[in-house]
Design a protein around this ligand. Structure first.
Ligand code: MLT
Length: 366
C-alpha cells in the first residue's frame, strides 16, 4: 500500500487519481507522499519513507524546500492550476478599488426610509473611476500574470508588464498589445499595479518607500500573491496620498480595519474549480513520481522523464558532488541537475549499484 498523508482539506477529486494501491488519509504514519495546501511545514518532522510532497497551489513559502531537497524529498507545485481563479479575483480587485462598491453597499443597507429617494440623493459619495483606458502594470508574467494582462487588454486597458525571467511560453501566450518594460517603467506609467511574483528573499518587501516614490500619484496596488511582498509600514505612510487604495488577499493585524485598504480573506484560489484543478494536478504529479520516478513541476529538483527500458528502475536524488560518478555509470539512464541537486532515473534488469558514490540523498527502486 502506498500511503498519502493529507495535511489540509483537499478536494476529493484526488480519489480518482489514487487507485486501490493507495491509502489516502489525514493521519497515516510513515507516508510515502504528502499532499497539502497552506499547512506550514517549517517545523514538520519528515520520516525516512517520505519521497515527495505535492502542494495543491502555486506558492511554496509554507514548505522548507531546501531542507526537503537535502533529504532527497521532491516538492511539487501546480503552476497555472488556479490561475483563472486568481485572475478573476484580480479583475474584481481592480473594480472594487476603482469604484467604492464596498462603501456604497454598506451605506445603502443603512437606509431606513424612502430608500430609492435617499439613494439618489446620497450616491455621489460612492462614485469612482472606470478602468477602461487606464494603464495596468503587471509585475510577474507567469501563468497568472499573463492571464491578468490579457484580460486587462480585453477590457480596454493599456498594459505594461515586467518579468526578469519571462519564459518562452509566457511570451507566446501574452497578448501582443502588452508592452514589456522594467520596474521603473511599471512604476512611472501604471495607474494600477498588480503583483504576481513568488515570495523570495529577493522579492520580500519589494514594494517599499523607494518603489512607492517612483509610482504615479493615486496609484492602486493589488496584491494577490503574498502579503510580505509589500512593506506595509511604507505603504501605510503613502495611503490616501500617493497610493489611493491597496487591495490585499493576505490579512494580518497590520492591514485589517484600515481606511483605503481592502482586505480579502485569501480567496484567490478558493473556487471549487481551482481547488479541484490544483488537487488533481498535485495528485497526478505525486503518483507519477511515486510509480514511475518522473518529475514534472518540482520546485527543488529538475524535471526528468524517461521511457522504461528495463525490469527495474532505480531513482536517485543526489548532491552535485555525485554528478560525475552518476553520469559515469554504464547503465541506461537519464540524469538532470538543478543547482546543488541532481536526479537520475536508471533502468536495468536489477537495481543500480551505487556503492562507493558519495552524496547520494535518496534511492528508490521501482
Ligand atoms: C497559491 O499559492 O496557490 C494561492 O495563494 C492559493 C493557496 O495558497 O492555496
Amino acid at each position: 500500500m502506498v500511503k498519502i498523508l493529507k495535511l489540509n482539506k483537499i478536494s476529493p477529486v484526488i480519489n480518482n487519481v489514487f487507485d486501490a494501491k493507495y491509502e489516502v488519509s489525514d493521519d497515516c504514519v510513515d507516508p510515502d507522499g504528502i499532499i497539502l495546501r497552506s499547512f506550514n511545514m517549517a517545523d514538520y518532522e519528515t520520516g525516512a519513507s517520505l519521497a515527495a510532497i505535492g502542494r495543491a497551489g502555486a506558492g511554496v513559502n509554507n514548505i522548507p524546500i531546501e531542507k526537503m531537497a537535502e533529504k532527497g524529498i521532491v516538492v511539487f507545485n501546480t503552476p497555472g492550476a488556479n490561475a483563472n481563479a486568481v485572475k478573476e479575483l484580480v479583475l474584481c480587485g481592480m473594480l472594487i478599488a476603482s469604484r467604492d462598491i464596498i462603501g456604497g453597499n454598506k451605506w445603502v443597507n443603512t437606509l431606513t426610509s424612502d430608500v430609492a429617494k435617499a439613494t439618489e440623493k446620497g450616491k455621489a459619495a460612492f462614485g469612482g473611476h472606470e478602468i477602461f483606458g487606464k494603464t495596468l502594470g503587471v509585475i510577474g508574467l507567469g501563468a497568472i500574470g499573463v492571464k491578468v494582462a490579457n484580460a486587462a487588454v480585453a477590457l480596454g486597458m493599456k498594459v505594461v508588464g515586467y518579468d526578469p525571467y519571462l519564459s518562452e511560453k509566457s511570451k507566446s501566450l501574452l497578448d501582443k498589445a502588452v508592452e514589456i518594460t522594467d520596474l521603473d517603467g511599471i512604476y512611472a506609467n501604471s495607474d494600477i499595479i498588480t503583483l504576481h511574483v513568488p515570495l523570495l528573499d529577493s522579492t520580500k518587501g519589494m514594494i517599499n518607500a523607494e518603489a512607492i516614490a517612483a509610482m504615479k500619484d493615486g496609484v492602486i496596488i493589488l496584491n494577490m500573491s503574498r502579503g510580505s511582498l509589500v512593506n506595509v509600514a511604507d505603504l501605510k505612510a503613502a495611503l490616501g496620498g500617493k497610493i489611493a487604495k491597496y487591495v490585499v488577499d493576505f490579512p494580518d493585524e497590520n492591514v485589517i480595519n484600515t481606511d483605503n485598504i481592502i482586505v480579502l480573506p485569501h480567496l484567490g484560489a478558493s473556487t471549487e474549480e481551482a481547488e479541484d484543478n490544483c488537487a488533481e494536478m498535485a495528485a497526478k504529479e505525486l503518483k507519477d513520481y511515486l510509480e514511475n520516478g518522473e518529475i514534472v513541476n518540482s520546485v527543488n529538483y529538475p524535471a526528468l522523464a524517461k521511457a522504461r527500458t528495463g525490469k527495474v528502475r532505480t531513482c536517485v536524488c543526489f548532491l552535485s558532488s555525485a554528478e560525475a560518478a552518476i553520469k559515469d555509470l554504464s547503465d541506461d539512464k537519464a540524469v538532470a541537475m538543478r543547482g546543488n541537486y541532481g536526479y537520475a532515473i536508471i533502468d536495468g534488469d536489477a537495481a543500480a549499484d551505487l556503492s562507493g558514490i558519495d552524496g547520494i540523498l535518496k534511492v528508490r527502486v521501482l
